[in-house]
Design a protein around this ligand. Sequence first.
Ligand SMILES: [Fe+2]
Ligand SMILES: [Fe+2]
Length: 210
Amino acid sequence: MKVSCLDQAIHEFDRALRAVAGVAEAARPSPADGIGEAELSGAERAHAAALMRVNHVGEVCAQALYQGQALAARNPAARDALDQAAREEQDHLAWSGERIRELGGMPSLLNPLWYAGALAMGAAAGALGDRWSLAFLAETERQVEEHLTGHLGRLPDGDLRTRAVVEAMRADEARHRATAMRLGAAELPVPIREAMKLASKVMTTVAYRV
Ligand SMILES: [Fe+2]
Ligand SMILES: [Fe+2]
């Protein structure tokens, strides 16, 4: 028992380090595969890289949230569904990290901070029980989806490689949200939803720059 707890702790710590370092292996090929690189101006590349840095930070946070969720989930069916979603979030982390590099950008220097913040929030939600922690997850996925839709409006029209990644992530997030709802997510009170929006506004504004 002790050994398995220790194994799990090591495994989780390893995942945390990988998330923060942005070292992730994708199980699915990048949606950008096979799409040609667009001719972009320097400013367009920098803008697309900055938007992908924001998305990458979102995925670092998703790693922490799902990690907290899977640890806290009481029901095995919920744990399996969350594990599946967490694996897809790892693909997102790898795809967005790769796209940042291709665009000549850098991941956020504040990743350890984002990760720690999301882990604290995920653990707090997890402590309230499955229904509330799923509610928190569903709302997060909803906001991420909304946010990715906004990015599709702001990315350079011709940057089809970045667009393909963002579109595939958006489709996954919509499914993750549906999964959380199906597993019995409660409805979050409006003030909490507003507070989460504010936190995400701060994160996206800062991550666009560093
Ligand atoms: Fe994601
Ligand atoms: Fe997701």
